[in-house]
Design a protein around this ligand. Structure first.
Ligand code: HEM
Ligand code: HEM
Length: 198
């Protein structure tokens, strides 16, 4: 870290944490869940994208799809934990004293969209399988269908799920670029708010 970023972040910590006000950093549980979620999202995307390595109807392809469903449902469980962690731990200080209001707004909208992705996509996937009348596997269990079979609706859910899934790449990509931009260009210490080690 450069001396300018060090001084920026330490002065921020002093502003936020040193006075007994809210911490500059996210709570440890939220930080751990954030990075676990990144790993899980990589697994969700990799399992569905890599299914094309196998021919349609073959066992390995069906296995890749089952992995996608299970990892996707694990996202839903983990986001529930994350919301509890968010609610139970104090929120870190806002950064409105160093960023213009449009940056704060863009960041809030981006974070809300990421939560919508983590909640909406698994539910939409679950609805797709339910409406198709297919089983919903979850690590040795079979989850109940969310609705009665309806082929036409299943097709619409699947199309929407695939389109939003593509959008998810952009959303996560922009989020990661913004985080790295804050770190390397603005040198405002935002990445440190999510650092695993104190
Ligand atoms: C955060 C969670 C999820 C994300 C980001 C996600 C993303 C995606 C993406 C990008 C595709 C399309 C791949 C392509 O067009 O080549 C896809 C397909 C699909 N996903 Fe998900 N998904 C998630 C969770 C789930 C869950 C929980 C289920 C079901 C329980 C599910 C069921 C499906 C189905 C049925 C398809 C179509 C697969 C096929 O027939 O080829 N998804 N998903
Ligand atoms: C390489 C990938 C990633 C990097 C470098 C990264 C970095 C960060 C950083 C530095 C913050 C703190 C921002 C702030 O304080 O304003 C943050 C917050 C956040 N990130 Fe990421 N992130 C990544 C991937 C993801 C993924 C895959 C998701 C979810 C799909 C995600 C969801 C969030 C959310 C929702 C927040 C707001 C804090 C919260 O409520 O948990 N991030 N991220």
């Amino acid at each position: 870290m450069t001396s300018s970023s060090l001084s920026a972040t330490s002065s921020l910590s002093a502003v936020a944490g040193g006075t007994g006000r809210r911490d500059f950093r996210y709570g440890s549980a939220l930080v751990a869940l954030h990075w676990l979620m990144l790993l899980l999202m990589i697994a969700v995307y990799a399992s569905i994208e890599l299914r094309v390595l196998y021919a349609k109807g073959t066992e390995p392809r069906e296995f890749m799809k089952a992995l996608h469903f299970m990892f996707g449902l694990a996202v839903l469980c983990m986001v529930a934990l994350r919301l509890v962690a968010r609610w139970a731990s104090p929120q870190p200080s806002t950064l409105d004293h160093i960023h213009p209001s449009w940056v704060q707004l863009a960041s809030t909208v981006g974070h809300l969209a990421l939560y919508a992705l983590m909640i909406g996509m698994p539910i939409l996937g679950w609805l797709t399988l339910s409406a198709a009348g297919k089983p919903i596997p979850f690590f040795g269990l079979e989850l109940p269908a969310l609705m009665a079979p309806d082929k036409a609706l299943s097709k619409s859910f699947k199309e929407l799920h695939e389109t939003l899934g593509e959008l998810g790449y952009w959303l996560i990509g922009l989020h990661a670029i913004a985080a790295l931009g804050h770190h390397y260009l603005l040198k405002d210490g935002v990445l440190r708010r999510m650092r695993l080690m104190r």
